[in-house]
Design a protein around this ligand. Structure first.
Ligand code: ATP
Ligand code: MG
Length: 325
């Protein structure tokens, strides 16, 4: 079966005042139809940049040196703006980290929902209104009528996230990319949003990329997990395999660092802590980018970037799995 989305050998750098920041040095990934892929990694590993690359919505200082992003075989990176507009918000939709950046504070939910429904589905008047209400029901918001008449600030963080998910669903997209949809709300809401995503995934025909710091969050909904470190996908496999038979030393560190909150309200503050520093990608470590923090580092790890090795059905970018070692 052909993948829904295929990222091939993506190289991307940022120009900065301090020099060239070398983020992706040949990143590849594919996603099947209806699949849920969790992307986990620390702050600065490149998760959001990857998400923005998928819809070709990158800051002006980003440069794609090579690579392809194929949506059902069509290369998004070589598309014109007009074609891209047909894809963004229709075939691929995003749910962003912070509701306040996606919902416009000066417009009622009604206006924002109707805009999305009209633009993407071409509906008008009462039909459009009905569709908007239906979407709000699907994301399990109580009393959709009164939600429609509210301003974003009148809703809780969790409700705002549900509205954003409703807007992302509006066009029946093939792919939803959710960038940390659970970080700005407390743990109870986080669990509710995750079960909502699970339910929607079971009912509807979309693929989901879920971006998060937390491997525990990714585990809840994902079919597969990609672990990112300093611009590289260092491990990629089925969720059970990655959690139970993790291969990469960084995955091991992430799993050890799963926070155990003492109170519900503490959860959002607690990000996993892996010993050591994330490298400065303006002068990244040679060889394997994780080697300075790796308890198992060998000489070859400093000298050469590891290729992918296949182990237990997972892919791992680590010299520990080389046969000739
Ligand atoms: N516009 C930009 N200009 C220069 N550097 C950037 C730019 N955007 C991102 N970066 C750098 O690229 C790297 C990846 O950033 P990105 O935001 O993709 O990480 P992330 O994994 O989403 O982090 P977080 O978990 O904090 O959201 C970081 O080193 C970041 O500083
Ligand atoms: Mg991010």
């Amino acid at each position: 079966m052909e993948p829904l989305l295929e990222i091939k050998d993506l190289r991307l750098v940022f120009s900065t005042e301090r020099g060239i920041l070398d983020l992706f040095q040949g990143l590849s990934l594919s996603l099947m139809s209806r699949e849920v892929l969790g992307i986990v990694g620390e702050s600065g590993s490149g998760k959001s940049t990857l998400a923005y690359t998928i819809i070709k919505l990158l800051p002006g200082n980003a440069r794609i040196l090579s690579g392809k992003v194929l949506l059902e075989g069509r290369d998004i990176l070589s598309m014109k703006e007009e074609e891209l507009r047909r894809i963004r918000g229709k075939e691929i939709t995003m749910v962003f980290q912070d509701p306040s950046t996606s919902l416009n504070p000066v417009f009622r939910i009604k206006d924002q929902m109707l805009t999305v429904v009209k633009e993407n589905l071409g509906l008008q008047g009462e039909v459009a209104r009905k569709r908007a209400l239906e979407l709000l029901k699907q994301v399990e918001l109580p009393d959709p009528e009164s939600i429609m008449n509210s301003f974003p600030f009148e809703l809780s963080g969790g409700m705002q996230q549900r509205v954003m998910i409703a807007m992302a669903l509006a066009a029946n997209p093939k792919l939803i990319v959710a960038d940390e949809p659970t970080s700005s709300v407390d743990a109870t809401i986080q669990t509710q949003i995750l079960s909502l995503l699970k339910k929607l995934k079971a009912e509807r025909d979309f693929s989901l990329i879920l971006i998060t710091h937390s491997i525990a969050v990714a585990k809840e909904v994902s079919d597969r997990i990609a672990v990112m470190y300093a611009g590289e996908i260092v491990e990629l496999g089925k969720v059970e395999t990655v959690i139970e038979k993790h291969l990469h030393p960084y995955t091991e560190a992430l799993l050890k660092s799963i926070p155990r909150p003492r109170g519900k309200s503490e959860m959002k503050r607690m990000l996993p802590v892996v010993p050591g520093q994330v490298p400065d990608l303006i002068s990244p470590p040679s060889g394997c980018r994780f080697h300075p923090r790796c308890p198992y580092a060998m000489d070859i790890c400093k000298a050469e970037r590891p290729p992918y090795f296949n182990k237990d059905g997972s892919l791992v970018m680590c010299w520990l799995y080389s046969e000739e070692r």
